[in-house]
Design a protein around this ligand. Sequence first.
Ligand SMILES: [Zn+2]
Length: 328
Amino acid sequence: MSTLIFFLALIWLGSGFDCNFKDSTRSEEDKLQVHLVPHTHNDVGWLKTVDEYFYGANNSIQHAGVQYILDSVIPQLRANKTKRFIYVEIAFFERWWNEQDHHMKTEVTKLVQEKRLEFINAGWCMNDEAATHYNAIIDQMTYGLNFVQETFGPDARPRIAWHIDPFGHSSEQASLFAQMSFDGFFFGRIDYADKDLRLEQKRMELVWRGSRNLGEGSDIFTGVLYNGYNPPKGFCFDQFCTDPPIQDDPRLFDLNVQETVDKFVAITNLQAMHYKTKHIMLTMGSDFMYENANLWYKNLDKLIKYVNAVSTGYCSTFKGVLVKPTQV
Ligand SMILES: [Zn+2]
């Protein structure tokens, strides 16, 4: 995950729920680093056609309009240098790009150069792995990656493969991604029994050898995402969700900062128990989310601020947490 860009929240790492560590025993290196990844998952055809998904037509079938997602996210990124976003499906991005004027194209190019808008995977779509022929996979990946290269140059090359929604994963796909020079491969769906065992044995991250014949050339760092590709329970700030926003006016009855911080710390500590390193990823987004990006960014800003500043001790009362947007 060396090149994914995230919001970063640093939390003291306890031994799971062991809240009895003393302050003096801890150093900066002991902090759990929580990477909040703002993302949207845009199927290039599912319940509606690709055209309907792009324009947000036939929303009685499913409310989804990709043009509005990009219209909403880009101004958020332009307004604040701490904000970042990853984008995956080039079939949609290319359509949106073609509708922008010269000024907007220049601004978006700047965001890509600053790696605040980062292309991940960047095939024409996120292909299925079970029923696809490898020729088709190579063709669709080539088509999307060529767009990124020709539009934004070689520095915009995606380094992370991101198959968060295919139902099951093939060694051929892992081998192809390794041969396409991706640095890492993340996915969200594996068999539940396999996932349970991996969680228990802290084997959610691994180096996958996709091909015995190719050997090392087909090795790729692979990560199984903790929540599929959704945010943790209680922390979905999208218009599609009903989780509470962070209400931080102390004069009001529904003030929920401490409660939110406590819950976030408990959730991240629990997740960290199942990973070997002190870096964990939280996928802050889901299907066709960020149509109103301000809901996400406003609450993520508050979450980062209060988790790092308002908390007063370890676990439910921890302290000493820092935050900065960073590249890891
Ligand atoms: Zn999907």
